[in-house]
Write a protein that binds this ligand. Structure first.
Ligand SMILES: Cc1ncc(COP(=O)(O)O)c(C=O)c1O
Length: 363
């Protein structure tokens, strides 16, 4: 059997005719930039995430950068985030000219450790970017007590909940990515900023289109980061299927949990109060590289998220971080192994992956 690690084309194939109709409607209308499907998607996604406003932008990375700019964060400021994640949050802090400050993560939840965040606050700290990694919430209740704006990175967690409330509308700002493999993925790049604050929403609407409210009148130093109507049209077809997709991911996670029980691997832990949407299902093992090779030899290619913690990336060599600075993140980078996870996986494929892992451990 062959089990692709990711398969974003499968979801598009299942909705092909609806997607083609939506694309045809957008093409016929000819309003390609910030068109009516963008406006409708902004309302639908904001409502789904419990936020008053949604501002469609070009990518999840831009969503983070514009969120920082909307808060007026720039040179001389510090922003705290995680070293164990995709690089976008750190990159966005660097993009606005502020200083990246990392705090270590929880060894089993993989999200920011609030006690370490608290230790790293200085008079220059202007915000925290908690990443809801792999589909469950960072500890934003605890982080919320620190008195700093929170920019939720929800790129991997659309549809997830904490204490019964959807992520994205809980912090000062929330940032989504519609990268094709995300739980709600476009057929290209896309992102959105969420907020309850009307003034921030207005600023973000200006920042994404060269600082204007009135054409050719530039009131702010802006940027070009607009969501295409075609991508919004596709996302509007997929959005009603998000809850079912997330439920299927949770069922696959439960199947992995049961099938891997008793083996010398640590299966994912869900933090209290969370409804996890399993963007990623990752196990921890001291024999990670051997297990990865064994799976690849048996039709199960995998990708490591994340093989190098951000503080040890070459692009940050001038920042003075060294091995040992964030020991939990470093240990995770050595031990983590994500398994195939997407709603279109069949039970038979999941069982195949489980069987290969059981064989590897001689079980
Ligand atoms: C946690 C996280 N934040 C931000 C991003 C950036 O999103 P995009 O690829 O849409 O720029 C991603 C992924 O791609 C991500 O995984």
């Amino acid at each position: 059997m062959n089990v692709p690690f990711l398969n974003p084309g499968a979801q598009v194939a299942a909705l092909r005719s609806e997607i083609l109709e939506a694309v045809a409607r957008s093409l016929d209308r000819g309003h390609f930039i910030l068109g009516p499907d963008v406006a409708a998607l902004e309302q639908e996604v904001a409502a789904a995430c419990g936020a008053a406003h949604g501002i469609g932008v070009n990518s999840g990375s831009d969503a983070l950068t514009l969120a920082l700019r909307a808060l007026g964060i720039g040179p001389g400021d510090e922003v705290i985030t995680s070293p164990f994640t995709y690089i976008a949050p750190a990159e966005s802090i660097h993009q606005v000219g502020a200083r990246i400050v990392f705090a270590d993560v929880h060894p089993r939840y993989f999200t920011l450790d609030p006690a370490d965040v608290a230790r790293r606050i200085t008079p220059k700290t202007r915000a925290v970017i908690p990443v809801h990694l792999f589909g469950q919430a960072a500890p934003i209740r605890e982080l919320g007590t620190l008195g700093l704006p929170l920019i939720e990175d929800c790129a991997q967690a659309i549809g997830a909940e904490l204490d019964g409330k959807p992520l994205g509308g809980l912090g000062t700002l929330g940032c989504l990515s519609f990268y094709p493999t995300k739980n709600l993925g476009a057929c290209g790049d896309g992102g959105m900023v969420l907020t309850q604050d009307a003034a921030l929403a207005r600023t973000l609407r200006m920042l994404r289109v060269h600082g204007i409210e009135r054409r050719y009148h530039h009131d702010l130093h802006g940027w070009n980061s607009r969501l295409d109507d075609l991508q919004a049209a596709i996302l509007r077809v997929k959005l009603p299927h998000l809850a079912a997709g997330n439920a299927r991911r949770a069922a696959i996670a439960a199947r992995y949990d049961a099938g891997l029980a008793g083996l010398p691997v640590e299966t994912p832990l869900t933090a209290p109060g969370n409804r996890h949407v399993y963007h990623v299902y990752a196990v921890l093992t001291d024999r990670r590289d051997e297990l990865q090779a064994h799976l690849a030899a048996n039709g199960v290619p995998t990708l490591i998220y994340y093989p190098v913690p951000l503080h040890l990336q070459r692009c940050y060599a001038d920042q003075g971080w060294k091995a040992g600075d964030f020991p939990v993140a470093e240990a995770l980078s050595r031990r983590i192994l994500p398994l195939p996870m997407y709603p279109e996986l069949s039970d038979g494929q999941v069982d195949w992956v489980i069987r290969q892992i059981r064989t590897f451990f001689g079980a």
